[in-house]
Design a protein around this ligand. Structure first.
Ligand code: HEM
Length: 432
């Protein structure tokens, strides 16, 4: 096969790499076990640049997609934790989380954008970055590229293997008809306090809402807490049973700023869950302080987003890194069935084959012997890198030779390095 690796296990190198991580404290929120600010520093150093560059292009064409991506992260995190379960397609076992009523108004384009990011990032770094992390980064960039704060996102989330039921989705995502009391109670179960509730609701400073999400405040009678002129404007946009949409922040619809709180003071909040924050005594002062101090809002928003972004995350051995954000790997027909990925990203490896000819003998004991067969662990990323590097030759039906180097531990050869020497190739040979 033209792109096969000629395995030359001449070297048994033990690489002791010491990584000096600078612990950048981006926010006072403690990190949960398994997440780190610089999680992909060595496995995908360009991750955040790739994501931001792509989203800049997307938002240049349609700024509204930023709101869709921000809401997607919220809906992911509140139901079963930030595990990208909301991205999974349904299965024979039942309707997906996506099909639960509160998720039906998520933008379909948001799902596409996340998988586009996944493709770009996996092409560059291999399958090391989770869809859950990409969703968190996309939310951060949506905020920042719409005028909001830039902030560090703790990374290392793994993707969930299952999606939540419709009931669990309904129980965890508050309805727009909720009053502040029920919001405070519901979010307290996720360790989010009154400041977090008010700050997170500030996400409604961008994006659109369908008329159905607030028509209970217009018909059969107008909600007296809504400004009468605003109610009339909304009635014009939203006749009964309309499927129209309207901006959530009437003052600066596409800008991530603090004018959402000014709307609430003007009694121009769209949902009961928004407007009641300016009625309830536990939240009113917070609304007022954010309306008069945008920096304060940004600071508290980053704290609340960092808390939300760490809700029940999967890390370490848990979950997986999906090869397609809408499918768990076991259901992905284009995902090689033999791949069993280690949880440890640094030494992410896969048992592939015994490199030498002859029958594979099972391990008898834990000791190393020159006569017993050894197994070979090759990092998935390394194989993907090799295939990418060999691609040009393969297209011309030329063989590519790669030298694999690594270290032997308990009769398992752990490949850590791929060397591609200068070479001349034909369709079935290559020489250095
Ligand atoms: C606190 C409870 C919340 C409730 C009850 C709520 C409810 C809603 C509803 C009903 C919509 C409109 C859906 C539609 O009709 O199309 C919406 C849109 C939106 N929500 Fe929330 N939300 C909440 C919290 C949040 C949070 C925490 C964020 C992000 C930090 C957020 C970000 C958004 C965004 C950006 C949109 C616009 C989406 C778009 O334009 O596609 N929401 N929300």
């Amino acid at each position: 096969m033209a792109s096969s690796v000629s395995v030359l296990l001449a070297l048994s190198l033990l690489f002791v790499t010491s990584h000096l991580y600078v612990s950048a404290s981006y926010s006072p929120v403690p990190l949960v076990n398994g997440l780190a600010w610089n999680y992909y520093q060595s496995s995908c150093p360009k991750l955040e640049t790739v994501v931001r560059k792509h989203l800049k292009k997307v938002f240049k064409k349609d700024v509204g997609q930023a709101a869709g991506l921000l809401r997607l992260h919220f809906h992911d995190c509140f139901v079963q934790g930030c595990d990208a379960s909301v991205l999974l397609d349904g299965s024979a076992s039942g309707p997906s989380e996506q099909q639960a009523p509160p998720n039906l108004s998520l933008r379909s384009k948001a799902f596409e954008i996340i998988d586009d990011l996944r493709k770009l990032v996996h092409d560059k770094c291999g399958r090391v970055v989770s869809c859950a992390d990409l969703t968190a980064l996309a939310a951060r960039d949506s905020v920042h590229l719409s005028g909001g704060p830039d902030y560090g996102v703790p990374l290392g989330r793994r993707d969930g293997l299952n999606f939540a039921t419709t009931l669990a989705t309904l129980q965890n995502l508050p309805a727009p008809s909720s009053n502040a009391d029920s919001l405070l109670t519901a979010l307290a179960t996720k360790n989010l306090d009154a400041t977090d509730v008010v700050a997170l609701s500030g996400g409604h400073t961008i994006g659109l809402s369908h008329c159905s999400s607030f028509s209970d405040r217009l018909y059969p009678s107008e909600d007296p807490t809504m400004d009468a002129e605003f109610a009339q404007d909304l009635k014009n946009i939203c006749p009964p049973n309309s499927n129209n949409t309207t901006p959530q922040d009437v003052l600066t619809p596409d800008l991530f700023d603090n004018s959402y709180y000014v709307d609430l003071i003007n009694r121009q909040g769209l949902f009961t869950s928004d407007q009641d924050l300016f009625t309830d005594t536990r939240t009113k002062d917070i609304v007022q302080s954010f309306a008069s101090d945008q920096e304060l809002f940004f600071e508290k928003f980053v704290i609340a987003m960092t808390k939300m972004g760490q809700l029940s995350v999967l890390a370490g051995n848990e979950g997986e890194i999906r090869a397609d954000c809408s499918l768990r790997n076991a259901n992905n027909p284009s995902f090689p069935a033999s791949v069993v990925v280690d949880s440890d990203v640094e030494s992410k490896s896969e048992l592939v084959a015994d490199p030498r000819p002859g029958p594979v003998k099972p391990f008898q004991d834990g000791t190393s012997s020159s006569t017993s067969y050894q197994h070979l662990h090759i990092p998935v990323k390394l194989m993907e890198d090799f295939l990418r590097l060999a691609q040009k030759n393969t297209a011309k039906n030329l063989e590519t030779c790669g030298v694999l180097a690594g270290s032997l531990k308990n009769r398992v050869f752990h490949i850590t390095t791929l060397i591609i020497p200068k070479q001349e190739s034909t369709s079935d040979s290559s020489k250095e």
